[in-house]
Design a protein around this ligand. Sequence first.
Ligand SMILES: Nc1ncnc2c1ncn2[C@@H]1O[C@H](COP(=O)(O)OP(=O)(O)OP(=O)(O)O)[C@@H](O)[C@H]1O
Length: 294
Amino acid sequence: MTPAFSLAGISKHYPDFSLRDVSLTLPEGQVMGLVGVNGAGKTTLMRLLTGLAAPDAGEVTVLGHRLPGEQVAAKADIGYASEDMRLYRGQSLRWHIELVRRIYPGWDESYAAELVQRFDLRPDQAVGGFSHGQRVKSLLLLCLARRPRLLLLDEPTTGLDPVARIEVLEALADVLRDERRSVLFSSHNTHDVEQLADTITFLHQGRLVASADKHAFLENWRRLVCQGPLPADLADWPDIASVRANGSLVEIKARAWRDDLPARLSARGLQVQRTDPMSLEDIFITAVRSGAVA
Ligand SMILES: Nc1ncnc2c1ncn2[C@@H]1O[C@H](COP(=O)(O)OP(=O)(O)OP(=O)(O)O)[C@@H](O)[C@H]1O
């Protein structure tokens, strides 16, 4: 099956920032969450996928089309919604729908009408009077009703108050459940992507820190609380991402959990007292600090 996109050895350099050697594939029909702090390179990565920016090295292929050469063909099937897209404040949502409908032949009129209902939007009100949440939902509607095969959503929940954030996430979850389209969805917030994504990719300072199936992350990472003397070489074990000792208590974060880890620790004099799963947020922070690379 053709992947929704693949990035092979991508680098992009700006004067004060570089995206370095990123290789990443999104299988068709999957939802990938792209998580990173401010300035991690999320928007840069999205812009490379839309053809708005060209890589300095590596290959970008979107829906089987090589970019930038075949970007016209690729763009017809990409829906991109980002924070800096603006609606015309004095115009209504209906006016915007008409504008986009005329540009895109694949526009699905009845789906647009369904999304107006589902997102609880007033199509005849000027969008300048919409709340931030309503504007985000309007942008999503204008993107989704084109029925693109690949949806790129750049931080759709940023700047929303908690109520609007939940509303947008629920609306998106509904839509994505129905659709099974390919989606790349970026956020600062692991909680947001956790609800929607099948796979999660962590980006930090322009590098891919880790990328895996959401359940694999949760399976592979564990926090262990142990008692005993700290073996000097523990931090070098390849399955251990971090070690913190406080007196005789030792906290270990394991990145490749296997059932034999407690026995191996015990053989070195460290008794495991408890083993806990880790949240995606904790996994992200630990992966970034330990410099784990996908
Ligand atoms: N056209 C450009 N020229 C110069 N620098 C750029 C350009 N575009 C992005 N950058 C720089 O690249 C870095 C990464 O920016 P990017 O917008 O990709 O990060 P981000 O992860 O999306 O951040 P945020 O979460 O704050 O939106 C930033 O330091 C930014 O200033």
